[in-house]
Design a protein around this ligand. Structure first.
Ligand code: FES
Ligand code: FES
Length: 165
C-alpha cells in the first residue's frame, strides 16, 4: 500500500464469514485492505481505476470493483473474496468449471471473473451466451479470447441448475 498521511478509521466488517476489526488509513481502498492488511492476495489489482474487474469482490450481494470502494464504504458490510469461495468439501462448481474448460491462462483475471460469475449465476442460473458476455463485459482477460471462459460459465450453469432441480 502506498504511504499515506492523515486520518485513520476503524473498520468493522465481515470478510469470508470472519468478523474483521482493524484500523486503516481513511484513504485506503478495499483492494488495499484485503490484499495488504488481510493478506488475501487472491484479489488482484490491475488498472486501479474500475475498468478491468481484476479486483472484483462481492459486497452485500453485489459485485464491486474493490479498487473503487473506500474504507468507509465497507463499514458493516459483508464481503466475499475469492478465498471465501471454496468450501471444506472442495472447489466451488464455478472454480471447477474454469479448471475443466480451460477458462484461464495466466489466471490474473480469474478471481474477479469467478466473483462476477457467482453473482451472475445467483441472479440468473441459466444465462444465454449473450447474457454471459454482457455480464462479464466489466471483466477483462488479455489471454484466453473468452471462449474457455464462456464454456466454463455454461458448465457451471449446468451444475448449478442440476443442483437446483
Ligand atoms: S483493478 Fe479494480 S477494476 Fe481494475
Ligand atoms: S487468463 Fe490471463 S488475463 Fe485472463
Amino acid at each position: 500500500m502506498e504511504k499515506r498521511c492523515g486520518s485513520t478509521l476503524k473498520l468493522e466488517c465481515s470478510i469470508n464469514n470472519e468478523t474483521i476489526n482493524i484500523t486503516v488509513p481513511a484513504s485506503a481502498r478495499l483492494s488495499d485492505i484485503v490484499r495488504e492488511e488481510l493478506h488475501l492476495t487472491g484479489t488482484k489489482v490491475s488498472c486501479g481505476i474500475g475498468r478491468c474487474g481484476a479486483c472484483a469482490v462481492i459486497m452485500d450481494g453485489r459485485l464491486v470493483n474493490s479498487c473503487l470502494v473506500m474504507a468507509y464504504q465497507a463499514k458493516k458490510s459483508v464481503i466475499q473474496t475469492i478465498e471465501g469461495v471454496a468450501t471444506e468439501d472442495g472447489l466451488d462448481p464455478i472454480q471447477q468449471a474454469f479448471l475443466d474448460e480451460g477458462g484461464f491462462q495466466c489466471g490474473y483475471c480469474t478471481p474477479g471473473m469467478i466473483m462476477a460469475v457467482k453473482v451472475l449465476l445467483t441472479e440468473n442460473p441459466n444465462p444465454t451466451d449473450e447474457e454471459i458476455v454482457d455480464r462479464l463485459s466489466g471483466n477483462l482477460c488479455r489471454c484466453t479470447g473468452y471462449a474457455g471462459i464462456i464454456r466454463a460459465v455454461r458448465q457451471a450453469s449446468n451444475r448449478v441448475c442440476t443442483s437446483i432441480e
